[in-house]
Design a protein around this ligand. Structure first.
Ligand code: ADP
Ligand code: ZN
Ligand code: ZN
Length: 739
């Protein structure tokens, strides 16, 4: 008896695992791994994908596959990767598999007179008709004006009908005549839709610096399946290194995937690759139409495109001959998907590289501590690019202690240093960028006189201020404290909730410098398609002035004429209640400062803070990153945070607070009794965001050793507890958001 394992395309948790079916004799030839099939499910019919031919767990009572509904959509290797993702990140295998299915795979089952049919959404290939001159010697009647125009146009090469029509006008009749006489031939071929054609930017290939050559050599010499870290300051020419290495892989007949953060996937970035690699390039990102996405995907699958550039999910493009995966700005938290499947593109890329023998290149000016630790423990090769490729110097850094400003009577949001620097910049008709940190909902309390911030001793995160209860809480371990009336350190009554809005900063700039043009970039002003690019373009073309914005501006700004960067409130990111906040602060400070002085004029960065001794500020000021990394890593080690431990969070949300608490408690108990004793289970506690979209939230945090199989263990524990109507449970392995 032939049997097949079928993964149902259903969203029920109870049907998450593949089921066994019998393959009837007449379908044996068509049932292949990846094929969509119709199967009986209880009294109904369901669609699924054949995932393997492993022997069934039980042989009795197996039902027959009813029909094969199409060509295979994936192979065993891709299914194996999907299973790995599902186990690793505790998601349903079908969710993981959807990452790997071609666009347009979502479908409906439709009953027809003679059986069942899969109805795909309206995504179909686009065609175009090309006219070619086949008999250039043909003599036309002198009166055939239109025919002559067509032949003249075709003498320099084949053209699309649409192009002929654009230059000549209606050509239908004339073409029919010419075709019938064998003068021209018209062929129909696939038209590849792309959202980025015509964006090629001038990008001369530079003679590599010595450091760049070393980096390219390191990549080309790397063992298959291993990781190379390119640790290069902003402007050190990392992109040039990637392009050279990719070029070498391409010439060896291999394919390449390049991931950049969604926000950096600008016409500027894509244009540089387009200019270098032309039609070899496919682009995948979330703003493509379904048709464009299908075409870009198929360009890769057919091997016509040898390079894919895109955001996180481009990692799953169907490259069959993958030689190199590049992840630029590898430290970016956006590589972690925040909805199911909650995978981290860097870690999945490492797995793909391991499986395919591709080389993984991780580039950043501020590599993540995880990546630096991997390099130190010889799990990756590290290459440094310490200088800017153009020879421009890194900007000067001025750190302003805002408690001093407060003490000397300056209650404004701008220090005297920053005001003076802006005066100078605007007088010289230069450009300034003011950076305001805003992240999520978390608020903390800060003493404006001494900079004191209440923190949790055992978790080393800032306590979060809860507006409704006016209490402070640690959202990791649940510690609750009353909000003090005066600062516990210096007794000052100036304890304030912290956080400045972009609009307030804009108003202040307009008040002080009414003649200076100001642009603001935040979630409000960039809403809608292309909002981000529109503001960047306006800033580029503006002769002088200021750009005010949130972390959005830290990326994608590659204009040589920014003289001054002001970090208005470095504290917001320092105090963000997360164990990565120190690292994030350092990365953000380095990133924003990398925007200053990319050209001949030296740049200046002014950092305003109530905590001038913060390790990230110190590291930025002294340039001693090694000391910073060593001290951060030793703290992480002490608290078993990544990379010395592995975290997961289980979030429970329900319409009633009691339900959320009871269900979270049941899950926590199940987890405690089933996981190894070496794992720590914290909670359930109330997270910093205690209520979201009318649901009350509780979470449980689990700490295991590095590489611990948290995903599969937690999945089992949660499944054992079972669901509860109206209550949502999500498991996040390697979480980046624990609010
Ligand atoms: P990164 O990706 O490290 O920020 P880029 O690759 O964007 O750096 O390079 C920064 C600038 O330096 C770009 O304008 C690029 O054209 C230029 N550049 C890169 N390599 C060289 C080189 N070897 N010589 C001169 N200029 C270079
Ligand atoms: Zn104080
Ligand atoms: Zn705590």
């Amino acid at each position: 008896m032939r049997t097949a394992r079928v993964l149902l395309d259903a969203s029920t948790r109870s049907l998450a695992r593949p089921l066994d079916y019998r393959v009837p004799d007449d379908l044996v030839g068509d049932v292949a791994v990846g094929a969509p099939v119709l199967v009986p499910l209880r009294e109904r019919r369901a669609v699924g994908y054949v995932v393997s031919f492993d022997p069934p767990e039980v042989t009795e009572g197996l039902k027959d596959i009813v029909a094969v509904l199409g060509e295979p959509r994936f192979d065993s290797e891709r299914w194996s990767l999907a299973s790995w993702i599902a186990d690793e990140y505790a998601c349903r295998p079908i969710e993981a598999l959807r990452l790997l299915l071609p666009p347009g795979s979502a479908h409906r089952l439709v009953k027809t007179a003679d059986g069942w049919r899969l109805e795909a959404p309206a995504v179909s290939p686009a065609m175009e008709r090309i006219v070619e001159l086949t008999d250039p010697t043909y003599r036309l009647q002198p009166t055939a004006v239109r025919q002559r125009a067509i032949l003249d146009a075709l003498r320099s090469g084949p053209l699309r009908i649409s192009e002929l029509r654009a230059s000549i006008g209606e050509v239908g009749n004339a073409l029919r005549v010419l075709e019938s006489r064998g003068v021209v031939s018209i062929v129909e071929r696939r038209r590849w839709r792309s959202a980025t054609t015509g964006l090629a930017r001038e990008d001369p290939s530079h003679a590599l610096t010595e450091c760049q050559s070393g980096a390219v050599e390191a990549i080309l010499a790397a063992e298959p399946g291993t990781t190379v870290v390119i640790d290069g300051v902003t402007g050190s020419g990392k992109t040039e290194v990637y392009m050279r290495a990719i070029d070498a892989f391409l010439r060896a007949g291999r394919q390449a995937i390049v991931l950049v953060p969604e926000i950096s996937l600008t016409p500027q970035t894509v244009g540089r690759f387009r200019a270098r690699f032309g039609a070899n390039l496919a682009v995948l990102h979330s703003r493509l139409s379904d048709g464009e996405r299908l075409d870009q995907w198929q360009l890769v699958a057919s091997g016509e495109a040898r390079i894919v550039i895109g955001a996180r999910s481009a990692l799953f493009a169907p490259a069959t001959d993958l030689g190199i995966i590049v992840i630029d700005e590898e430290h970016e938290p956006s590589y972690k998907q925040s909805s199911e499947p909650r995978y981290h593109a860097r870690d999945v890329a490492r797995e793909i590289a391991r499986r395919t023998g591709a080389v993984l290149v991780l580039g950043s000016a501020t590599p993540s501590l995880e990546t630096l630790h991997a390099a130190r423990s010889r799990q990756a090769t590290l290459v440094s690019l310490p200088q800017r490729a153009t020879g421009a110097s890194l900007p000067d850094v001025a750190v302003v202690d805002m408690t001093d400003e407060f003490a000397s009577g300056n209650r404004s949001m701008f220090s005297r240093t920053l005001v003076a620097a802006m005066d100078r910049t605007f007088q010289r008709r230069g450009k300034a960028v003011l950076y305001i940190n805003r992240r999520g909902y978390a608020t903390f309390v800060l003493c404006r006189e001494c900079g004191f911030v209440p923190t949790c001793q055992s978790c080393s995160v800032s306590l979060t201020y809860h507006e409704t209860s006016t209490r402070l809480q640690c959202h990791h371990c649940g510690l609750v404290e009353q909000l003090p009336v005066a600062c516990p350190r210096c007794s000052s009554p100036y304890l304030r909730r912290f956080g400045t809005g972009t609009q307030r900063v804009e108003a202040e700039v307009l008040k002080r410098w009414p003649e200076v043009p100001v642009l603001r970039m935040d979630a409000d002003t960039t809403a809608g398609k292309g909002g981000h690019e529109r503001i960047l373009a306006a800033f580029e073309s503006m002769p002088f002035g200021a750009l005010i914005g949130t972390q959005m501006i830290a990326k994608g700004l590659d204009y040589p004429d920014i003289e001054l960067v002001g970090v208005v409130d470095a504290d917001t990111s320092m105090r963000f209640p997360d164990f990565r906040s120190t690292e994030r602060t350092y990365q953000l400070l380095m990133q924003v400062s990398g925007r200053a002085g990319r050209s001949a004029r030296p740049g200046l960065v002014v950092v305003q803070t109530y905590w001038p001794d913060h390790p990230a500020v110190q590291a930025m000021r002294t340039g001693d990153r090694d000391a910073f990394v060593a001290s951060e890593l030793s703290q992480r080690h002490e608290l078993r945070y990544p990379p010395f431990g592995r975290l997961a969070r289980i979030l429970v949300s329900a319409p009633a607070a009691e339900t959320a608490a009871a269900h979270a408690k049941a899950i926590a108990d199940a987890v405690r009794s089933s996981v190894p004793p070496s794992w720590e289970v914290l909670g359930p506690t109330t997270p910093a965001i205690s209520r979201l979209k009318k649901l009350f939230r509780q979470h449980i945090i689990i700490k295991g050793e590095p590489g611990a199989p948290l995903g599969s263990a937690l999945w089992r524990a949660v499944a054992a507890v079972g669901g509860r109507p109206g209550t949502k449970v999500s498991i996040d392995v390697d979480p980046y958001d624990m609010l």
